[in-house]
Design a protein around this ligand. Structure first.
Ligand code: NAD
Length: 499
């Protein structure tokens, strides 16, 4: 059985422990590897190496750090096929979607190539008599990232690329369910010329997460995952004096106004609801048509489109989506479908009980469509994270606006309309962090920043873009005066002013 170890000081690192976790191939349901689960001693080893390496990495001029990022980008591109197959084999998403996962991470590496420009500080000449003020951005030291299973390339790169480019050393704790792509990325970073100890990967569960949160030499922690754990990580990390940002779960709504281009909206919603088996934090698992006429027409078209969807193994080039990540997760999704029925919603298309010939042990679920969902249903309030689309009908724009606004999550939302005034009003008023106008999955590009509101985001700063640079640096503000041959300034016991 293949064994996945940690990656410390530029090479594979095994603690020869018996504490391991099975890594499955979701398409077959078979165990394909075992990943070691780290304890505090493994983390100490990683942090020690990171501390030793970080100072000289930070002292290297930013242009040289950027050159490593350029080479890293090229290596990811030239290894795209291998990375995508590895990713699909552990996650279950189809190859084209794995390439999208890697590509969105790659774009953050591209952004990090601009680090010399991004780190430039501010300067005021003559802030007072003979006085100049400037500010610089300095790295924090050793920082860590804890990432979820659903984007094993993109999310580690969201964090690691800006953190490293800013001059930090990075400890990555990826999901133990699909640990191989983060390992390959670390190897490629070494090949790109990153010094040993600057990017380390430690695998594990709660034990290693707690060790990260308690380690005094880790100055900042970035987390992406489910909300209860995000909240816990935020609290414990902040309690220990660290800078923390935590992105949590989601329940994104797609609002359809009567004047929307329905052909386009249906195509967008089908892709956003069922793509990657619904295991995206920016999926659209709720659609809110405004008015009964739109609702009826939408439902009819969704049913027709769903009938043509192909669920297949991750390497099936014709499959629209693959299996969900694991047996427990599949059972959890099925329970939510049952809960919706018990709560009085109508199961229009039931994806349970689907079996793929030749892959009967794979974790497949056919698409599910649920209508007449009500806002007080638990199956609506919770994140399901599977190929399940819920129709929550509204009669007015105001009512439609109120649903994502009142929901506990506030990650993404999309509105489909030709009415600019309505779209503008909606975008301005909705209490959600990322808004799409006729765009179903409004993940901001790498040079903006990503982050949700309410229980989808804990902390002040978002991921990547300028917020990524802000998160992984601290500003130093310098006020300077140089002798200019003038008279000695008298001692003063009054707070200095520039008056
Ligand atoms: P998860 O919360 O189970 O795991 C995330 C990370 O936390 C993993 O590295 C895991 O090992 C670790 N972890 C698990 N249990 C822990 C515990 N008890 N204590 C400390 N750490 C623990 O999430 P997941 O199932 O891997 O990913 C899916 C979730 O992530 C969904 O809720 C999804 O919405 C969310 N997500 C959010 C975003 C976003 O940007 N808002 C992006 C992607 C995924």
């Amino acid at each position: 059985m293949r064994r996945i170890t940690h990656f410390i000081a530029g090479e594979a690192y095994s603690a020869n422990t018996s504490r391991t976790s099975d890594v499955f191939d979701p398409s077959t349901g078979q165990v394909q590897a075992q990943v070691e689960l780290a304890d505090a001693a493994v983390l100490s080893q990683a942090v020690q190496n990171a501390v030793a390496a970080q100072r000289s990495w930070a002292a290297m001029n930013p242009q040289r750090r950027a050159r490593v990022m350029f080479r890293f980008k090229e290596l990811i591109e030239s290894n795209m096929d291998e990375l995508a197959h590895l990713l699909s084999s552990e996650h279950g998403k189809v190859i084209a979607d794995s390439k999208g996962d890697i590509q969105r991470g790659l774009e953050v590496v591209e952004f990090a190539c601009g680090i010399p420009h991004l780190l430039k500080g501010e300067y005021t000449e003559g802030a007072g008599p003979g006085i100049d003020v400037y500010s610089t951005r300095q790295p924090l030291g050793v920082v860590a990232g804890i990432t979820p299973f659903n984007f094993p390339a993109m999310i580690p790169l969201w964090m690691a690329a800006p953190a490293i480019a800013c001059g930090n050393a990075f400890i990555l704790k990826p999901s133990e369910r699909d640990p191989s792509v983060p390992m390959r990325l670390a190897e490629l970073a070494m090949e790109a010329g990153l010094p040993e100890g600057i990017l380390n990967v430690v695998h594990g569960d709660k034990e290693i997460v707690d060790a990260i949160l308690d380690h005094p030499d880790i100055k900042a922690v970035s987390f992406v995952g489910s909300s209860d754990i995000a909240n816990y990580v935020y609290g414990r990390g902040a309690q220990n004096g660290k800078r923390v940002q935590c992105m949590g779960g989601a329940k994104n709504h797609g609002i359809i106004l009567p004047d929307a281009d329905l052909d386009q909206a249906v195509a967008d919603i089908i892709g956003a609801a069922y793509g990657s088996a619904g295991e995206r934090c920016m999926a659209l698992p709720v659609v809110t048509p405004v008015g009964d006429a739109v609702a009826e027409e939408l439902r009819k078209r969704l049913v027709k489109e769903i009938a043509s969807l192909r669920v297949g193994i991750a390497t099936d080039p014709d499959a629209h989506y693959g299996p969900v990540v694991g047996a427990a997760h599949k059972a959890r999704i099925e329970n939510y479908i049952q809960m919706a029925a018990d709560e009085g919603a109508e199961i229009v298309v039931d994806g349970r009980g689907f079996s793929l010939q030749g892959y009967e042990d794979g974790y497949f679920l056919a698409p599910t469509l649920i209508d007449h969902v009500k806002p007080d249903m638990k199956s609506y309030q919770d994140e399901i994270f599977g190929p399940v689309l819920q129709i929550l009908r509204a009669q007015t724009l105001e009512e439609a606006l109120s649903y994502p606004t009142r929901h506990q999550y506030g990650n993404g939302v999309a509105i489909f309309t030709r009415n600019g005034d309505a779209a503008r009003q909606f975008a301005s008023q909705v209490e959600v962090g990322m808004v799409g106008i006729n765009v179903p999955i409004p993940v901001p590009v790498a040079y903006h920043s990503f982050g949700g509101w309410k229980r989808s985001g804990f902390g002040d700063l978002d991921q990547y873009g300028m917020d990524g640079v802000r998160f992984y640096t601290r500003t130093k503000k310098i006020t300077q005066r140089w002798p200019s041959g003038g008279a000695v300034i008298d001692q003063s016991f009054v707070i200095p002013t520039m008056a």
